[in-house]
Design a protein around this ligand. Structure first.
Ligand code: WTA
Length: 668
């Protein structure tokens, strides 16, 4: 059942004894407390347990689905598990998510409420405030443009754009028509875009001429051209003019955004879809080199993100919400686009780099726009820690009332710094644990939860999260194991685009044949609970790196390296990095006739940068003569990692070439 790489390491666990209780007024005024009072719950523990219980979880989700979403046609069944592990939610209903996110606000009291405050990176360009009424018109015009190109329900469209308002507009326009969007992070290379657009058979790519990064325009359109060359279904490239970069437009294929929307109607009927209709495909890294296309359904993603945002970050009518993620990742999909808009909130979007023109930019944004709730990542916090508290200290951050963290375990030191220097030693930090696959937070504090630094506390109401050993038994408090979800929930992934077998293998197979455990979802993280039941996430089980909060598969970087004409074999590991969490280190064997040199190392790095994009480029390349392998020829990354970081290499009795271990240099 358990593959060698899935064996759990026994981690050293330091007990966290500090507890940070939420202030009374936060608790009393919280959205969740209001609901608890209505329902007659006395304690948080009782409430969380009730909502996630076998008897009540479907009743809970039924109530949430009716609270947060308007259904065009009511569903007849909350959840259908007859095709497990393909769970279906809200069957028999009809919905349009853009109707819920935009239309109903634009046609109601929120017409003039600001949906997005958008801050361009260049400091001489004005901030834009986009109301729900504006958003309605822009989405409809663009949707009508898409329609005019013959794009329709069920088609896939790749969106490759920086953090500008046209990115959510493009997503919402697709969703309005039932077109399945697949956003590709604009930091990926043309090959990254090509692989993804080809895999899901995108009929169009929406992109920009270029964008601003640290004050300079960076061209992007050319990447889309290169990608289209290898993605045969792409018929159209739509280009929004953002940075005034010269681009070549191919006659008959390429069209400017401004030409496409010219003269279009500001009205567009929503296409009502089955709640299971796919809203989006988002690619993420798995254990093999090939990125997997996670399919997300419409109904579940209308309900789950909005409900969790409302309860965890406690958003109220006058809040200004800032999630600093890029929309190219799931955090942006759920918590910059769908959830805040469904709730009718005001969100901030910032186009550029955190250090442009200096390390005060984020804090100035918060001061200027009176941001009340900030949601960011440990990697950003560590970067600011390194720069020193003088940057946030220059600005008035008194509008902030709640903080959040996502992406990787937040080390208690960074947690304390965040609370002290951003949160005036007062604010609670919502450490939300979740994944691309889950669509919403699974484990997270609520505003009523006493916190421990570094802990994502407990499973949220409606989610049944546990920690199991390899045989499917729940591990006792104080011990580590595989974190799993025992029950389905509305926003969970539905499938992998075009790969049923891998979907089964990666998430469900592990416990499938264990009695009573069929349908248990293996998240791929290790976790542990302390004596009070607080969850601490300890990192990935599989070979996936976490670099500046981004998931990158070791295998993907290795396969990019061996595509270099001078490289024969490669092993990639994550080296602990103070700021990024992990930095990528590669050990490579050269093809015969090539000699190691600093230039070749640089060239290999540049090669990966070109192939996969800057996020996946190694920071170090080391040349070796041999790499430790199992008898079946699989490179033992675990051993490479232990040896190079100066840790005990453990059991190497299964190695085909144990002497190879001696060739691995120490890199710390
Ligand atoms: C890690 C990002 C600890 C974890 C939403 C997970 C975390 C992977 C946390 C998913 C957290 C995310 N504490 N670890 N609060 N949040 N992770 O798909 O390993 O980009 O499996 O989704 O990030 O990364 P993904």
């Amino acid at each position: 059942m358990a593959g060698e790489e899935k064996k759990l390491k026994t981690a050293v666990f330091q007990e966290e004894t500090r507890i940070f209780n939420p202030p009374k007024d936060l608790v009393e005024n919280s959205n969740v407390m209001k609901w608890m009072k209505k329902k007659g719950f006395k304690t948080e523990k009782e409430m969380r347990a009730w909502c996630s219980s076998d008897e009540h979880y479907l009743e809970f989700w039924d109530e949430m689905a009716k609270t947060y979403v308007d259904w065009h046609k009511p569903y007849t069944k909350v959840m259908d598990d007859s095709e497990m592990p393909y769970f279906h939610w809200f069957t028999g209903g009809e919905i349009n998510i853009t109707y819920n996110a935009v239309d109903r606000h634009a046609k109601g009291k929120k017409k003039d409420k600001v949906a997005y405050i958008w801050i361009p990176e260049p400091t001489d360009q004005p901030t834009q405030k986009i109301t729900y009424g504006d958003l309605y018109k822009e989405v409809n015009k663009f949707a009508n443009g898409l329609k005019s190109l013959g794009l329709k329900k069920g088609d896939r469209v790749s969106i490759y754009m920086p953090m500008i308002p046209q990115l959510p507009i493009a997503m919402l326009a697709c969703a309005k028509l039932g077109i399945i969007h697949s956003v590709v992070f604009s930091g990926f290379s043309s090959k990254g875009l090509m692989d993804r657009a080809a895999d899901c058979g995108s009929r169009a790519i929406i992109t920009v001429d270029g964008f601003y990064r640290r004050g300079k325009p960076v061209p992007l359109k050319q990447n889309a051209d290169e990608a289209a060359a290898g993605a045969p279904a792409v018929e159209k490239i739509i280009v929004y003019k953002r940075a005034g970069v010269d681009v070549a437009m191919k006659e008959g294929r390429d069209v400017w955004w401004h030409d496409l929307v010219k003269g279009r109607s500001e009205e567009c009927e929503p296409v009502w879809v089955d709640p299971e209709h796919r809203l989006y495909i988002l690619y993420t890294s798995g254990t093999t080199g090939k990125p997997k296309g996670i399919e997300h359904a419409t109904g579940g993603n209308a309900v789950g993100p909005a409900q969790t945002l409302h309860w965890v970050f406690d958003l109220k009518e006058n809040d200004v919400w800032w999630c600093t993620a890029d929309i190219g990742w799931v955090t942006g999909h759920s918590y910059i686009v769908y959830a805040p808009l469904i709730l009718g909130m005001t969100g901030l979007m910032y186009e550029g780099a955190a250090d442009y023109p200096d390390f005060g930019r984020w804090w100035k944004n918060i001061q200027d726009h009176k941001v009340t709730v900030l949601y960011t990542a440990p990697t950003a916090i560590r970067m600011f820690m390194k720069q020193g508290p003088q940057w946030p200290a220059k600005y008035d951050l008194s509008s902030l009332r709640l903080l959040g963290s996502v992406g990787e375990p937040i080390n208690p030191e960074a947690w304390m710094w965040y609370r002290e220097h951003i949160g005036r030693n007062e604010l609670q930090i919502m450490d939300t644990w979740w994944q691309t696959e889950t669509g919403t937070f699974l484990n997270s504090p609520l505003p009523i939860t006493p916190l421990k630094p570094g802990s994502c506390t407990f499973p949220l109401p409606g989610y049944d999260i546990s920690i199991l050993d390899e045989d499917g038994k729940e591990v006792p408090l104080g011990q580590g194991g595989n974190i799993v979800s025992l029950k389905p929930y509305p926003s969970m992934l539905r499938a992998f685009w075009g790969d049923k077998e891998r979907f089964m293998k990666e998430y469900w197979q592990f416990y499938w044949d264990v009695p009573g455990r069929r349908g248990v979802y293996l998240a791929g993280d290790k976790a542990q609970r302390d004596k009070d039941g607080y969850f601490f996430i300890q990192g990935r089980i599989d070979d996936v790196l976490s670099v500046a909060g981004h998931r990158i598969a070791n295998a993907e970087v290795e396969s990019a390296l061996v595509a270099h004409p001078k490289i024969a074999e490669a092993a990639v590991i994550g080296k602990p990095d103070e700021v990024k969490g992990e930095s990528i280190v590669a050990f490579v064997i050269l093809r015969i006739g090539n000699d190691p040199s600093p230039e070749l190392a640089k060239d290999a790095i540049a090669f990966v940068r070109k192939t996969l994009g800057p996020v996946a480029a190694p920071s170090e390349v080391h040349f070796v003569n041999d790499l430790p392998k199992t008898r079946s020829g699989k490179i033992m990354r675990r051993v490479v990692k232990a040896k190079s970081l100066g840790n005990p290499v453990g059991d190497i009795s299964t190695l085909m070439n144990p002497e190879a271990v001696d060739h691995i240099p120490l890199i710390v």
